[in-house]
Write a protein that binds this ligand. Structure first.
Ligand SMILES: Cc1cc2nc3c(=O)[nH]c(=O)nc-3n(C[C@H](O)[C@H](O)[C@H](O)COP(=O)(O)OP(=O)(O)OC[C@H]3O[C@@H](n4cnc5c(N)ncnc54)[C@H](O)[C@@H]3O)c2cc1C
Length: 439
């Protein structure tokens, strides 16, 4: 990473710490020479925004991407790099809301999201440390196991989910710690280095001709029947269409865009590397893993034996990194203390993601000229790229039918606004639910 980029990346680190990831060297982007008009303005330089910009520029559209800080400032360069096939919503809620046929399409969209990112990586020769690791989704009590099994049966019976339900000795082949009762296991999910993916998406979007500008926050959007005025820090830009790709970092921008979803925080610790023996005891088959509590923990091993261990103690996105680091180390000890000693914490960092109430991403139109994609509920690595491609295709030819949750009327919601304000109370409610399910 160049010194320039390192110093630019300092801003987010003040709030959320600096992630463990090493990216590629890349050119510094300017905040000058911003055009006065464009076919499409994309707001936000994470996976969503870069994917839309790449896909549209590749198809000959005049695209300008404006990023308030630096490309990769948000969650895209700060996540754990899990690229998993299942949605955040439970299979039973998908079945209730969408029925069998649309539900199948719903699950297919998430499965395809991982296939699409893999195809992009192969076709564009992206260097992002892509590894098809498989995944474990873990239950820690009899009650959780019942819930997991019910969900698995619906997924298997109706949605052709390519995984299996495992317990007992079969589970021990994948995770030796005794506190786990059962898991849904798949061999399709993958993992990658998220900062490298940001840098590679930036590279190919620029190569296709997208005009990308950092340090350029968008302040207000004003729509007329002809275009949208995009008011940014350095002036005004007119666009035929605007894509808002700001996820957990969304500002109101004059249209209450901050209340489309509910922003939450998530944090990760990286330990000193584990010995080979400890790695084999912890995750012998190297699958990326997570628990299924409301306040779930997710973990994976990096190539050098570093354990990444993430989660949330609260729904709020602020907190003291020293305290969070100790809490996460304790949580790791609670899960694996019977088989390994948790090494010292080398790094702790976090970022903001966005949730929706039905745990389904929000992708579609706010108005005729303003589109939005976000609310990936913690599954944003594959889904943000896929949502970006879905919006790009909709902009080009009006096609959206393969996305069963594409919305034609995304609205700000007071309930989302309240959700943000009442996060500490809601946290207590979910923590109590977790306690009851685990004890
Ligand atoms: C700690 C953590 C761990 C995670 N782990 C995983 C994981 O392992 N797997 C997974 O699938 N998902 C994970 N996620 C979620 C995933 O990272 C996100 O869903 C995804 O990166 C969202 O990408 P995005 O491009 O939509 O938003 P972001 O990457 O957050 O980018 C939004 C950008 O918009 C910019 N912006 C905001 N307002 C403006 C404005 N007014 N003008 C211009 N620019 C603006 C911001 O500066 C930011 O750069 C994790 C998230 C966090 C925080």
């Amino acid at each position: 990473m160049s010194a320039d980029i390192k110093s630019q990346r300092g801003g987010s680190e003040l709030l959320f710490g600096s992630p463990i990831w090493d990216g590629h060297n890349r050119i510094t982007l300017s905040d000058s020479d911003i055009p006065c008009d464009a076919d499409i303005v994309v707001i936000g330089g994470g996976f969503t925004g870069l994917s839309v910009a790449f896909e549209l520029a590749k198809n000959g559209r005049n695209v300008v991407l404006l990023e308030s800080s630096y490309v990769g400032y948000g969650a895209s360069a700060r996540n754990a790099g899990f690229c998993t096939i299942g949605p955040s919503a439970s299979a039973s809620s998908v079945l209730d809301t969408y029925g069998i046929n649309e539900g199948k399409q719903y699950f297919h969209w998430f499965l395809k999201a991982v296939e699409k990112i893999e195809a992009l990586i192969i076709n564009e020769a992206l260097d992002v440390d892509w590894t098809v690791s498989g995944r474990l989704s873990l239950a820690r009590s009899a009650r959780q196991s019942e819930r997991l099994k019910r969900n698995f049966q619906i997924q298997r019976e109706h949605f052709k989910f390519p995984g299996e339900f495992i317990e007992g000795d079969e589970l021990q082949e994948h995770i030796c710690a005794r506190g786990f009762v059962s898991a849904i296991s798949d061999n399709v999910s993958a993992c990658l280095n998220p900062l490298k993916l940001v840098d590679e998406l930036l590279r190919i979007a620029k190569r296709e001709g997208a005009s990308i500008h950092e340090n350029t926050p968008v302040i207000k959007l004003k729509e007329s029947s002809f275009d949208v005025e995009v008011h940014h820090k350095h002036g005004v830009l007119r666009a035929r269409q605007v894509v808002i790709a700001t996820n957990g970092y969304t500002e109101p921008m004059g249209i209450s865009a901050n209340n489309f979803t509910i922003p939450l925080g998530s944090f990760i610790v990286a330990t000193d590397p584990l010995s080979l023996e400890a790695q084999k005891l912890l995750l012998p088959t190297g699958k990326v893993s997570s628990t299924i509590s409301n306040f779930s923990n997710y973990f994976r091993l990096l190539k050098d034996g570093t354990l990444l261990f993430g989660g949330r103690k609260s729904l709020t996105s602020n907190g003291d990194l020293d305290v969070i680091s100790k809490e996460l180390r304790l949580a790791a000890h609670e899960l694996f203390g019977d088989v390994i000693d948790i090494p010292e914490i080398a790094k702790c960092w976090g970022g903001r993601l966005a949730f929706t109430r039905d745990r389904t991403p929000l992708v579609g139109k706010v108005t005729e000229r303003i589109l939005f994609a976000g609310g990936y509920c913690g599954h944003g690595v594959p889904t943000s790229v896929s949502a970006g491609f879905t919006l790009a295709r909709y902009i080009q030819n009006g096609q959206y039918q393969d996305c069963p949750f594409f919305s034609h009327s995304i609205r700000a919601s007071t309930v989302n606004w309240m959700g943000g304000k009442l996060a500490p109370l809601i946290s207590m409610y979910y923590r109590r639910q977790d306690y009851l399910e685990l004890n």
